[in-house]
Design a protein around this ligand. Structure first.
Ligand code: GRF
Length: 210
């Protein structure tokens, strides 16, 4: 099986990026991080990549006249670095159709809620404020919507009676780190299949046996 060539897009602290870096370092994940790109300068994710010896780049969306122009620049950099799969690890931007067609069905995202509940920002707070008893996280393929793409994997996290939003978010994050690496392992093993029923409807992601 060929080594997975990843490009990781980040905007913030990069703990999910760190989980991926650690998994590669420890030989748990057969992947090469070709580049980490942040749309914000000075974020901790960039420092994590640098420490791990992964090339980094800042492309600020503010420097581009349109979303299409920014996404085109992202595509060019990812392609120039030989990226085959794109990982959104806390990347706070919605991608354009132009970007998605360049990496068709090869972009994944992690979201800190059990989709389709609580898409968008502050998902953990949304779930906590709603009073759900089971929160969690979702890894999904990215389509043109906000957290709407086909679901690959989910992890449930019970909400405890004495929880607060921070504690809950912390336990969700621990699960994020595990499930993100697990999904990347499945991708590296070429085990994900996208199926659509003859009656139409949403595409489904199926995990084939090793
Ligand atoms: C995570 O909660 C992830 O689910 C969401 O953004 C956050 C990023 O955290 N998309 P980190 O930068 O990986 O620490």
């Amino acid at each position: 099986m060929a080594t997975l060539k990843l490009g990781v897009l980040v905007s913030g602290s990069g703990t999910n990026l760190q989980a991926i870096l650690d998994a590669v370092r420890d030989g748990i994940l057969d992947a090469q991080l070709r580049i980490v790109i942040s749309n914000k300068p000075g974020v901790q994710a960039l420092e994590r990549a640098r420490i791990a010896g992964v090339p980094t780049m800042v492309l600020s969306h503010r420097d581009y006249p349109s979303r299409d122009a920014f996404d085109q620049a992202l595509v060019e950099q990812l392609q120039a670095n030989g990226v085959h799969w794109v990982v959104l690890a806390g990347f706070m931007r919605v991608l354009t159709p132009g970007f998605l067609s360049a990496f068709e069905r090869r972009v994944i995202n992690i979201h800190p809620a059990l989709l389709p509940s609580f898409p968008g920002v502050h998902a953990q707070k949304q779930a906590f404020d709603y009073g759900v008893k089971i929160a969690g996280c979702t890894v999904h393929l990215v389509d043109g919507g906000v957290d709407t793409g086909p679901i690959i994997a989910q992890r449930a996290v019970p909400v405890l009676d004495d929880d607060d939003e921070q504690r809950l978010a912390g336990r969700i994050l621990e699960q994020e780190h595990q499930v993100f690496v697990e999904v990347l392992r499945w991708i590296s093993q070429d085990r994900l299949r996208i199926v659509t029923s003859p009656e139409g409807g949403r595409p489904r992601v199926i995990l084939s046996p090793p």
